[in-house]
Ligand binder design. Structure first.
Ligand code: G6P
Length: 608
C-alpha cells in the first residue's frame, strides 16, 4: 500500500524517483508526487497530482538538475483521491512521504495544536506538522524524528526532507516495509522495495524497525532511537531489472502467467532430494514435522485460496485436520491451537499486515510456525520460526498468478513431508507424488498453448454481469481463485460454488448466457459433477468445461470444452489455475481494462 522512494547522489533525482515510482505503482496508483531540493539549494519544491505516475511526469519540469529528492505513489486511506491529498506533504521546513496509517492523528493534532497548519484530509500531513513542530525547536533532524515517533501510534515508513539540509534524506519505519541501498558511484536510496532501485544497485538492507536512517551522497547512517550506531546487514537481490520489466509482453500479468512453469521448477527443485521432499536447505528439521496434530493455514487473498487447495489436499490425503483462516479474522478470534499445531502462513509479499499480526498471535500458542513467502527478508519471513521461500521472482501485476501456483506447489511438498513424518504416506507413495509434481511445469506449458482458444472464448464473457465457477473437492478450491481472478481485473461479479450446493440457492441466478466455468477433474465425483453441469446447461448457461476428457461434444453439457493433459486428479489444480488466469486476463483485456492495475486494489496491503 503506497510506494515510497528517496534518492540522493550523483544522478538527476527526478528521473531516478519517477522511474522508481513507476516500478512501485503496483502498491497504489491513486496519485503520485515528488519533493526535491531545487537547484540543490536549501529550497524544497514539490510536484504532485491525482492520477498515475505517467500523469506526474507531465506536471514535472522537463529539466531538473536536483540530485536529492523523495517520491510517493498513493493508495488512498485517509482522504479521497485528490492532488491536495497526494504526497509529499509539506508543513514548514518538512516534506514527508508516508506508507502506513497514523492511527492517533486526531489526538496528535489536538495535543500539539496543529489544526491551522493542515490543508489536506490525510493523517500524513499531521505527521509532517508534528515533525516540523519538533524540528523548529532545535533544528536537529534525528531528535525531531525520535520525538515524533514517540508520539505516533500506527504503521509508517517515512521519507523526510528538511528544508535547510539539501542533499540529505531521513527515514524511519514501523511495520511498513522499507529497504535502503548505497553505491559510492551512484548514491543512496530508500524504497518500499528493491524493484524501485534495482536498475542502479542490487545490494540492499532491510531498514530495522524504529531505526533512524540518514542518507547523503556519501553514505547511509543507521542508529537506534537511543542514538547507538547500527550496522546494517546487506543482502544481494538474486534477480535483475529484466525480471521487473514486461519483456515484450503487453502486461506483467501475462508475463507472470507464462513464467509459472519455470517458477515452480525453481521453487521445488531445491526441496527435493533423492526423489523425496526435503526442507533441510531451508533449515527446517525433520523434527518440525513430527507429532503434528493439526495444521492451521493463515493468509489473505490469493494466498488464502492457495491455502484452501493445500488444506484440501493435506486433509484428504493424510487425514490430518487442517483449518484455513483468513488472517484478518484469525487475529481477532480465539485461536484454537497449541504446541502440537503447525501454523503455515502464506504471503507473496511477506508484508500483508493482517497476516503478519496473525503470525504474531499464532506464535503465542505454538513454536511451529512456518511461512511460505516470495519476498526475501520480508517481515513475515523474518518473524516466522521457519521460512520456505518461493522462487517466483518479483510479481508486479496486482492480480497474483505465479505466486499462487508456487505456493500450492510448496504446500503439496510440505504435505508429502508431513505424510512421511506421520507415517500416513509410504516412501513409495511420496516418491510417486513428488514425481507427479515435478512433471507439472511441462503440463502447464501445454496448457499455456491454449491461449488463443481462451482469448476467443472470452468474447462471450465481456458483456456478462455475473459468472460462476463450479467444482467439487479440489476443483471447488481452485474455482475460488478462478472467480477472484475474474472479478478483480474484469469487474464482473464472479462467485465460486461447490457444484452440489448450487441447487440450494445459486441456481436461481442462472439464466440464458450466464457464463459458468465448470471444473470436472476429480474422478470420484466426475459423474455427479456432470449432472450438476447439466442442471445449469438446462437453464441456458454458457458453460465452459475444464476436464481431462479428450473431447466433449455433447451440447447438453457445455458450449466450450478445454481439455487439459491427463495427470493425477490432485495435480490438475495447476493446469486449471493457468486456464482460469487466462480467462480472467483476456476478459479484462477484452473489456479494454488494465489487468495490471485494477481499480481500488493494491498488491501489498500494509493497512488493516
Ligand atoms: C492483495 C493482493 C493479492 C494478494 C493479497 C495477499 O489483496 O492484491 O494479490 O493475494 O493481497 O497478499 P500477500 O502478499 O500476503 O500474498
Amino acid at each position: 500500500m503506497c510506494g515510497i522512494i528517496g534518492y540522493t547522489g550523483k544522478l538527476e533525482a527526478q528521473n531516478v524517483l519517477i522511474d522508481g515510482l513507476s516500478r512501485l505503482e503496483y502498491r497504489g496508483y491513486d496519485s503520485a508526487g515528488i519533493a526535491y531540493f531545487r537547484e540543490n539549494i536549501a529550497h524544497i519544491s514539490i510536484r504532485k497530482t491525482a492520477g498515475k505516475v505517467k500523469d506526474l511526469r507531465s506536471v514535472c519540469d522537463k529539466v531538473n538538475p536536483s540530485t536529492c529528492g523523495i517520491g510517493h505513489t498513493r493508495w488512498a486511506t485517509h482522504g479521497g483521491v485528490s492532488t491536495t491529498n497526494a504526497h509529499p506533504h509539506r508543513v514548514g521546513q518538512v516534506a514527508l512521504i508516508h506508507n502506513g496509517i497514523i492511527e492517533n492523528y486526531a489526538a496528535i493534532t489536538e495535543k500539539f495544536n496543529l489544526g491551522d497548519e493542515l490543508q489536506s484530509e490525510t493523517d500524513t500531513e499531521v505527521g509532517a506538522a508534528l515533525l516540523n513542530h519538533f524540528y523548529s525547536q532545535d533544528h536537529d533532524p534525528k531528535s525531531a524524528i525520535r520525538k515524533a515517533v514517540a508520539e505516533i501510534k500506527g504503521s509508517f515508513a517515512f521519507g523526510i526532507l528538511f528544508e535547510d539540509r539539501p542533499g540529505e534524506i531521513y527515514a524511519v519505519r514501523n511495520v511498513s516495509p522499507m529497504v535502503a541501498a548505497y553505491d559510492p558511484e551512484i548514491g543512496a536510496f530508500i524504497a518500499s522495495d528493491v524493484t524501485a532501485f534495482i536498475e542502479h544497485t542490487n545490494r540492499y538492507f532491510v531498514v530495522p524497525e524504529y531505526a533512524v536512517v540518514a542518507l547523503s551522497p556519501n553514505g547511509i547512517e543507521v542508529e537506534d532511537l537511543k542514538g547507538q550506531k547500527l550496522t546494517p546487514e546487506f543482502m544481494t537481490v538474486d534477480w535483475d531489472l529484466t525480471a521487473a520489466e514486461k519483456d515484450g509482453y503487453p502486461h506483467f500479468m501475462l508475463k507472470e502467467i507464462h513464467e509459472q512453469p519455470a517458477a515452480i521448477t525453481q521453487t521445488i527443485t531445491p526441496r527435493i532430494a533423492d526423489g523425496l521432499p526435503d526442507f533441510s536447505q531451508d533449515g527446517v528439521s525433520d523434527a518440525f514435522f513430527e507429532g503434528v496434530r493439526d495444521v492451521t493455514i493463515i493468509a489473505c487473498g490469493t494466498a488464502m485460496y492457495a491455502g484452501m487447495v493445500g488444506a484440501e489436499f493435506i486433509q484428504n490425503h493424510l487425514g490430518l485436520p487442517v483449518t484455513v483462516s483468513i488472517a484478518s479474522e484469525f487475529r481477532y478470534a480465539r485461536p484454537v491451537i497449541d504446541k502440537d499445531s503447525m501454523v503455515i502462513v502464506v504471503s507473496q509479499s511477506g508484508e500483508t499486515i493482517d497476516t503478519l499480526e496473525a503470525l504474531r498471535l499464532a506464535k503465542k500458542y505454538t513454536d511451529r510456525t512456518l511461512s511460505i513467502v516470495n519476498v526475501k527478508a520480508s517481515s513475515i519471513a523474518r518473524e516466522s520460526h521457519y521460512v520456505v521461500y518461493t522462487h517466483a521472482g518479483p510479481e508486479i501485476a496486482v492480480a497474483s498468478t505465479k505466486a499462487y501456483t508456487v505456493q500450492v506447489a510448496t504446500m503439496f511438498l510440505l504435505g508429502f513431508k508431513l505424510g512421511l513424518a506421520s507415517g500416513r504416506l509410504t516412501e513409495d507413495e511420496a516418491r510417486d507424488r513428488v514425481a507427479a509434481l515435478k512433471a507439472m511445469p511441462a503440463h502447464m506449458e501445454e496448457v499455456l498453448a491454449y491461449e488463443n482458444q481462451v482469448k476467443e472464448l472470452t468474447s462471450r464473457m465481456i458483456n456478462a454481469h455475473d459468472a460462476f465457477y463450479i467444482g467439487r473437492g479440489l476443483d471447488y478450491r481452485v474455482a475460488m481463485e478462478g472467480a477472484l481472478k475474474l472479478k478483480e481485473i474484469s469487474y464482473i461479479h464472479a462467485e465460486a460454488y461447490a457444484a452440489g450446493e448450487l441447487k440450494h440457492g445459486t441456481i436461481s441466478l442462472i439464466e440464458k448466457g450466464v457464463p459458468v466455468i465448470a471444473i470436472a477433474n476429480q474422478q470420484p465425483v466426475y459423474e455427479k459433477m456432470i449432472s450438476n453441469i447439466r442442471e445449469v446447461k438446462a437453464r441456458d448457461a454458457f458453460v465452459i468445461l475444464i476436464s481431462k476428457d479428450k473431447a466433449v461434444h455433447d451440447p447438453s453439457i457445455c458450449n466450450v470444452h478445454l481439455s487439459i493433459p491427463d495427470v493425477p486428479d490432485d495435480f490438475t489444480v495447476f493446469e486449471t489455475a493457468v486456464l482460469c488466469q487466462l480467462i480472467g486476463y483476456y476478459t479484462s483485456v477484452g473489456k479494454g481494462l488494465d489487468p495490471d492495475q485494477p481499480r481500488n486494489l493494491a498488491k501489498s496491503v500494509t493497512v488493516e
